[in-house]
Design a protein around this ligand. Structure first.
Ligand code: GLY
Ligand code: MN
Ligand code: MN
Length: 425
């Protein structure tokens, strides 16, 4: 087994501190398509399994017995590949011991509590308390990315950068969102991507205010905002990048909005240092962007007070970012033992913890004109005096701006892994 995997497993064993409990981590099974054929959705092993096995193996199980030692106690059980799988899918027998030997392995350890992570396992009775505790600790120990993970993230960032350059070259009035998607994703593949990390988001004109807009056949018009949120994936690791452009000449209003978001992004990135509380980084960006909207005449009042009232959520309705890596929200959530904030303006945060070296976090401030928020009577009443409503209404179809980079927290300066992707309107 490679040294990095042995080191990784030993780090996990030490962090989980299982006592006498056993650990089982399931890969999961392919999920059939709802069409009653033998077709399945593309198989992706559960991320907890993948982290410990570093292979896609339907039905695989990684097991660990702490009595056998932090390095020696691990076993990778894999199903015996069938003739049908060899013929239809070209599957090869993956490394590991036969899954048929999991039963005797467990029988030899009868009576010991089991923490079961990954996908649920048939015929196993896990201990709920041990499982919850192990899952929380495992989630936390996976947060700092190791050297192997960082190397993969750098490769995905390079493939992502190539895709964005290609899309930017193709962007002009008259092109469709779908044609932009084709340019972007084909270039990801040409640069080594194994797939797009998630459904690419390409929203043009008013669609740029829909946070997760799937590209369609809309034709780009002169003066449209074009928001692209996408990333290449390589061997299950992905980057998550957003750039916003204007097709043709931007208006003064579009430029001002863009500059506010860009400045907030730069300042937030510089705050990604060990010990920084993510919610404070988020709130500082919220105050800064609110001050920008006040200067533009869109909002009214003192920026700090507007943010205390959550008025900024009319235009910045999501959190500043999340952790990313083995999945688009890899390792996000709260610090172990910290409850989710009850403050409504912080409820949308996907992350609430102090940053630490090795974390890779997205920084993605955005400002949008979202009709579903700005036309809501309850919000209009509550924030009556906080917004220049006639001006906001004039821009209801403008869309929005988001700028997103992926930042590695280090013991020194933050490292922007996606800095090579130009941030010009
Ligand atoms: N790519 C989705 C997001 O940024 O949340
Ligand atoms: Mn994104
Ligand atoms: Mn993101």
């Amino acid at each position: 087994m490679s040294t990095f995997l042995s080191d990784r497993r030993a780090r996990v064993a030490s962090a989980l501190n299982l006592g006498d409990a056993l650990l089982l981590v399931g890969a999961g099974e392919p999920i059939p398509l709802p069409e009653r054929t033998d077709q399945t959705y593309p198989f992706r092993a559960d991320a907890e399994y993948f982290y410990l096995a570093v292979q896609e193996c339907p039905g695989g199980v990684v097991a660990f017995d702490p009595r056998d030692g932090e390095r020696e106690g691990w076993v990778s059980f894999v199903p015996d590949v069938t003739e049908g799988e060899r013929i239809w899918e070209g599957r090869q027998q993956p490394p590991g011991v036969s899954l048929a030997t999991l039963k005797p392995w467990l029988a030899a350890r009868r009576g010991r509590p089991i923490a079961a992570l990954g996908a649920p396992l048939p015929d196993v009775q896990p201990d709920a308390g041990q499982t919850d505790r192990a899952r929380a600790l495992f989630h936390h120990v996976r947060r700092p990315k190791d050297a192997t993970e960082l190397a993969l993230l750098r490769r995905t960032a390079a493939a992502t950068a190539a895709g964005f350059v290609k899309l930017r070259d193709a962007l002009r009035p008259g092109i469709t969102e779908r044609a932009l998607q084709i340019e972007l994703e084909a270039e990801f593949f040409r640069h080594g991507a194994t797939r797009p990390g998630y459904g690419s988001i390409i929203g043009t004109g008013p669609n740029s205010a829909i946070l997760h807009f799937p590209p369609g056949d809309r034709v780009v018009r002169d003066g449209d905002f074009v928001l692209v949120d996408a990333g290449a994936e390589i061997d299950r690791y992905m980057t998550d990048v957003t750039r916003t452009y204007v097709a043709g000449q931007p208006s003064a209003f579009q430029r001002d909005l863009y500059q506010i978001v860009l400045a907030a992004a730069k300042h937030a990135i510089s705050r990604c240092v060990p010990g920084a509380e993510w919610r404070e980084v988020h709130l500082a960006a919220a105050v800064e962007m609110t001050a920008g909207l006040v200067a533009m005449g869109v909002m009214r009042g003192r920026p700090e007070s507007l943010v205390e009232q959550d008025a900024h959520t009319l235009f910045f309705p999501h959190g500043l970012g999340h952790l990313v890596g083995l999945g688009v929200r890899d390792g996000s959530g709260q610090l172990p033992g910290r409850p989710k904030s009850a403050r409504p303006g912080l409820a949308t945060l996907r992350l609430d913890l102090p940053l630490a070296p090795g974390y890779v976090v997205t920084v993605e401030p955005g400002l949008y004109f979202i009709p579903a928020l700005l036309n809501d009577p309850a919000r209009r009443e509550r924030f009556r005096d906080c917004v220049n409503w006639p001006l906001a209404e004039q821009h209801l179809h403008l869309g929005g701006v988001r700028i997103e980079d992926n930042i590695a927290v280090t013991t020194g300066e933050p490292e922007n892994l996606t800095a090579a992707i130009p941030k010009t309107l």
